[in-house]
Design a protein around this ligand. Structure first.
Ligand SMILES: [Zn+2]
Length: 299
């Protein structure tokens, strides 16, 4: 069973009046048909109106939501190993907290790198699966509702989580409070405002191609809930950097997240595309890849 999409008519009218990154109220509508707004002060792009937390939680708790992931288990194992390798260039000891842990595949692999692993997840079906598959006890609910000890984690990971939460600024501040001094926050998010793939979608929409009609003609991004995911924020490297620095964290690495999940010839193509963009990023300092990877340390 596949997840049911949330149509525009069904989105609860939760309107955002203040920027989560810089707290400015200078908000402009970029594409009202797709509910996309932008902060005039810092450039942060987000959805407003947007689905409520109850809608999002119900969307990710649907039966069968993780079937696709389970079918891609080997390819996903390879993805998590790539991320673990990138992460361990900085540190891989102590207590790890993975926020938005899904059904725990990353935490399961990370157990041999860290002395303790902990995870949180809003989807009850994912939490049940993590227990059944790996014996992991994830905490259920949004991080702001959970009673976790302050300054107790050495590493916190947010793998494709920040774009899903209603207030990314608040989540990063919470991570700052949970980290020990010199603790590390690792973030991966889509780069969908600047990615070449979004430009292609924008052009496809402009040419009137039917399969591109679900993408905004202004940004080349699809509406929240129109596909397998609900994204409420659309970061650029500059906006993400500002968000982390505003919370008192110091950026120690900016790169690309090797997020691809594939096999065979597709894996070869995905890896080649990633390596090409990594080269572009290393030489010209521009990121037009599909994702952003950022690591910050608490001073
Ligand atoms: Zn702003």
């Amino acid at each position: 069973m596949t997840a049911t999409a949330i149509t525009n008519e069904k989105i609860d009218a939760e309107v955002v009046l203040t920027c989560s990154v810089c707290r400015s109220d200078r908000i402009q509508k970029v594409d009202p048909d797709f509910n996309f707004c932008r902060c005039d002060s810092c450039g942060y792009v987000f959805d407003s109106p947007r689905p409520s937390f109850a809608q999002i939680s119900a969307f990710y708790s649907q039966t069968g939501k993780y079937d696709t992931w389970l079918n891609e288990e080997h390819a996903r194992d390879m993805l998590w190993k790539r991320r673990l390798k990138k992460l361990s260039q900085h540190s891989s000891k102590g207590r790890l907290l993975d926020i938005g842990a899904g059904y725990g595949q990353f935490l399961h692999l990370a157990q041999s790198f860290f002395s303790e692993v902990h995870g949180t997840e809003v989807s009850e079906s994912a939490v049940a699966l993590a227990k059944e598959k790996y014996g992991l006890s994830l905490r259920v609910g949004p991080i702001e509702d959970l009673d976790l000890p302050r300054q107790s984690f050495d590493t916190i990971t947010l793998f494709h989580v920040l774009e899903h939460v209603p207030d990314p600024g608040m989540l990063v501040s919470r991570c700052h409070a949970l980290l020990r001094a010199q603790g590390m926050l690792v973030i991966a998010v889509p780069n969908d405002v600047l990615a070449w793939t979004s430009k292609v979608k924008k052009i496809g929409n402009g040419l009137g191609l039917k399969s591109f009609q679900k993408f905004s003609p202004k940004l080349g991004i699809s509406r929240a809930g129109a596909s397998r995911e609900i994204h409420l924020s659309h970061f650029t490297p500059t906006v993400l950097r500002r968000l982390l620095e505003n919370s008192g964290l110091r950026i120690i690495e900016e790169a690309l997240d090797p997020y691809y999940v594939s096999s065979g010839i597709r894996l070869f193509l995905d890896r080649t595309y990633y390596v090409l963009h990594r080269f572009l990023h290393a030489t010209l300092k521009i990121n037009r890849y599909d994702t952003i990877w950022m690591v910050a340390r608490k001073p």
